[in-house]
Design a protein around this ligand. Structure first.
Ligand code: GAR
Length: 193
């Protein structure tokens, strides 16, 4: 029997996508296991979710390290220790540097709340609302050295004509949770990890 893929989820804040992935693993909807939660904001809500689910948490303040390289080396050490095969960024508001990218190239996924290549970077939902789009969306893609520019794995469109931020955020989050599980299953199934 194929061993479960070991996943590390990186998150900076709320962690609803982290929890959706962890629950999908626990319920057998994903042939994988979340073995680590990496958080760059110690005490963020995602860390409470992880502790509740008995998932190891690595909480780090990037400012405590002399460089991004040192910060990522510390993470890399933990990833190797736990034999992590796949990294899922889920609201991790930081660019992945070469220290992590090079050993995990093709094995790092990100979820972004827009139909990329539209609205990359921060506050994609705000950007889309300001632009006045009538179709919002969600993208899961491989991470490369560009900003939200890696190869797309899955997308979902969300038609919405209103301008209520809370309402569209809720719709996007619900869609994200389903799409991310689907995309991870596809990547694992394709033998990437
Ligand atoms: C999600 O909407 C995710 O797409 C977005 O942060 C949110 C995290 O929510 N990520 C980005 O904007 C990355 N550029 P969560 O903490 O509840 O999972």
């Amino acid at each position: 029997m194929k061993e479960k893929t070991k996943i590390a989820v990186f998150a900076s804040g709320n962690g609803s996508n982290f929890e959706a992935i962890a629950q999908a693993c626990a319920q057998g909807r994903l042939e994988a296991e979340v073995v680590l939660c990496v958080c760059d904001h110690p005490g963020a809500y995602v860390t409470l979710r992880a502790k509740r689910l008995n998932i190891t948490v690595l909480e780090l303040k990037p400012k405590d390290f002399i460089s991004k390289k040192e910060y990522e080396e510390e993470i890399l050490q933990q990833l190797h220790k736990l034999n992590v095969q796949l990294i899922c960024l889920a609201g991790y508001m930081r660019i992945i540097g070469p220290t992590l990218l090079s050993p995990y190239e093709g094995r790092i996924l990100n979820i972004h709340p827009s139909l990329l290549p539209a609205f990359p970077g921060v506050d994609a939902i705000g950007q889309a609302l300001n632009y006045g789009v009538k179709v919002f969306g969600v993208t899961v893609h491989f991470v490369d050295s560009t900003l939200d520019g890696g190869k797309i794995i899955a997308q979902a469109a969300i038609p919405y004509e209103g301008n209520d931020r809370g309402e569209i955020e809720e719709m996007i989050h619900a869609q994200e949770h389903a799409l991310y599980i689907n995309a991870i299953n596809r990547v694992i199934g394709n033998g990437h990890c």
